[in-house]
Design a protein around this ligand. Structure first.
Ligand SMILES: [Zn+2]
Length: 422
């Protein structure tokens, strides 16, 4: 199938036509005349690569609002974990579909997910037309029997789903965090990722408590601990990385580990401080952006992440130049693609056709001096009009074409009424 986009404005300010053939950007030129099954008039619209959310738990949308205004420890153990016990695979599918709707509507075309009941998540990705890297979130808390069963579930998921949905789904190995996984599980995870040539997705140094506990237990800081177990590599995506020393930043850079910066979730859970993004950039770490799950954000908007992520750095450093609009947009697009190892994240011939259009005539998008500035500091989800993923139209003129959004909304509300914690 071919899609022809006419008269779109690029972030550079240039106007061009874009021809999509199969799932790739086939041609970019000032004027293209070609036969195409779908033609989109994009005059007055800004064309961007779709956003790539490098850390989330889409099934958590079912828990939206369940543990607001709590620190991470109480939020996780008193609210989230008890509620998670009541979630079944059908709930997970509905919740992930709801998240897909929210993500597409806010310009995200690809996401990196770890959670449980992942078959439900994979079904939602397949149905929605989105692109995703999915991993079964493993936790053993030092229990050997649990470790074996977690690894078996994680590997089975990879065997069944890696490369599925026409290649839109890739799988990862996802040990939850250094404080919920034993050293043996972390080592085995690294070996499993190597064996199946997948990414390894993990939470890292999210809170100060995690760092102090790790120092007490192992006499090492979390980054050094993971390095000693062989977990850090160019295939590793570490989410959060808030409480790092400069030396740890250097270790991440040395191993080529990608960082998913989650400013909104970190601020909501009061992680304190701010991830040392300027030091990461200086050391050459690939910085990307993630929303984290909706139970700690409480939205999937990458617009909010770009803006708040830039503002948090400026505010905490007393430096208005710490992370500018251009950098924030690159975190959300090209750097995300690099982290997940997908041929997307920029608008170039030969790249995967994961594209969004924004209404530039909206009052909050005018006047235009810098496209990047308007996208990062002024835009919101409501400005996204169209989304194309893997060459297929997933949203056209604000209408999602691939699945029944209303049905997902009703199913999630019904499940939410059942899933309560006191
Ligand atoms: Zn998370």
């Amino acid at each position: 199938m071919a899609v022809l986009i006419k008269g779109a404005t690029f972030a550079s300010g240039k106007k061009c036509d874009v021809l999509i053939e199969s799932n790739k950007i086939a041609k970019i030129a000032p004027s293209i005349t070609a036969r195409a099954e779908e033609k989109i008039d994009a005059h007055g619209k800004l064309l961007l690569p779709g956003f790539i959310n490098t850390h989330t738990h889409t099934g958590m949308s079912i828990l939206r609002g369940i543990g607001d205004d709590l620190q991470l420890h109480d939020w996780l153990w008193k609210k989230v974990r008890p509620a998670e016990q009541k979630i079944c695979e059908l709930d997970m599918h509905a919740a992930s579909l709801l998240s897909c709707a929210e993500m597409v509507r806010s310009g995200t075309t690809c996401f990196n997910d770890m959670y449980f009941h992942m078959k439900g998540v994979a079904a939602a990705v397949k149905e929605s037309g989105m692109r995703a890297t999915l991993g079964y979130g493993m936790v053993d808390l030092g229990d050997e029997k649990k470790r074996k069963s977690e690894l078996a579930i994680g590997e089975q998921f990879i065997k069944e789903f890696d490369g599925s949905a026409n290649g839109r789904i890739k799988c990862s190995v996802a040990p939850h965090a250094p404080y919920t996984c034993s050293a043996e599980l972390l080592r085995a995870s690294a070996a499993l990722a190597k064996k199946h040539k997948t990414r390894l997705h993990i939470h890292l140094s999210e809170t100060r408590k995690e760092v102090f506990d790790m120092l007490k237990q192992t006499k090492m800081r979390p980054v050094d601990y993971l390095a000693s177990l062989g977990v850090l590599s160019p295939n590793t995506i570490a989410a959060h990385c808030v409480w790092l020393t400069k030396q740890e930043v250097g270790t991440l850079a040395k191993h080529g580990t990608h960082v998913s910066y989650n400013p909104v979730s970190n601020m909501k859970l009061a992680s304190g401080g701010a991830a040392p993004i300027p030091e990461m950039l200086e050391a050459g770490v690939n910085v990307t952006l993630g929303t984290d799950g909706v139970a700690s954000n409480n939205s999937h908007s990458m617009f909010e992440c770009m803006k708040i992520g830039a503002l948090l750095q400026k505010q905490s450093r007393w430096d208005a130049q710490a992370v500018n609009a251009k950098q924030a947009l690159q975190f959300a697009t090209l750097n995300g693609a690099r982290a997940l190892g997908i041929n997307a994240g920029e608008i170039k011939e030969g790249k995967l056709a994961d594209i969004i259009l924004l209404d530039m005539r909206a009052p909050n998008m005018q006047p235009v001096r810098s496209m990047e500035s308007n996208v990062v500091y002024s835009a919101h989800a409501g400005n996204v009009t169209d989304a194309i993923i893997d060459g297929k139209l997933v949203m056209r003129n604000h209408k999602i074409l691939t699945f029944d959004e209303e049905k997902a909304i009703d199913a999630v509300q019904k499940a939410a009424d059942r899933i309560t914690v006191t």
